[in-house]
Design a protein around this ligand. Sequence first.
Ligand SMILES: Nc1ncnc2c1ncn2[C@@H]1O[C@H](COP(=O)(O)OP(=O)(O)OP(=O)(O)O)[C@@H](O)[C@H]1O
Length: 253
Amino acid sequence: MADSITPPPHAEPLLSLRDVRKSYGPREALRGVSLDVARGEFVALLGPNGAGKSTLFQLLTGLFNADDGSLSVCGHDIRHNSVAALAGIGVVFQQSTLDLDLGVAANLKFHASLHGLGGRRARERIADALQRLGLSERAGDPVRELSGGNRRKVELARALVHEPAVLLMDEATVGLDPASRRQLLDEVLALRARGVGVLWATHLVDEAEAADRVIVLHQGRILAQGRPQNLAEAAGTATLAEAFLKMTGDTVA
Ligand SMILES: Nc1ncnc2c1ncn2[C@@H]1O[C@H](COP(=O)(O)OP(=O)(O)OP(=O)(O)O)[C@@H](O)[C@H]1O
């Protein structure tokens, strides 16, 4: 009998890096990194301090060019077709980039206009993003009056206003208390259902445990990748935390 199950259509990764290299003078920050993020996939980029996570994000957001290799978003090469590639990315950086004296909605409006969104369409997107994150009632408040957790949610809302295919989160929970950290992680995990691909950089193993796939980055190289449980099994440890320590702990930085 013929197999009645049709194979899924070939899914192009939303984000694709091939053999990416970047040095600062003699210091090699990325030494040939290749990775993909698929539609609706939450990938944790787990690495200790100095692993190269921020460098990778700076390349992905067009702040620097890679010395070698290629980076593409939705099939658009970041170097050769940067406008289209960057339109597909939403990003929350480690350090806040909100204007503290502007209102919550005004911060989002400014970002929307940078992406060519204005008028009613922008207002609807902003209202929708704030509503999803439970911030509708704070729309008119200056960001300065918000808690650290809510400020991060505003950054997340802002990163999503132009409806990017891929969301980049660079150590986005730094400085948050455990409850706010969990809340932010849950908000981002929920984006998978909308097809958003997420690259979540962290040095915190508990955040990586929630991921569909974990990529362990250390001293500019990918040491391992796979489902959290599979990584632990492959390393012969009971937990991902032990596997991470085993992989990275005994090497000199
Ligand atoms: N502007 C720079 N000039 C020189 N070296 C740099 C620069 N930025 C980063 N590096 C070096 O590149 C390597 C990777 O740093 P990077 O900040 O990308 O790592 P990271 O994983 O984000 O670490 P952290 O979590 O501490 O920010 C480190 O050895 C770092 O010292």
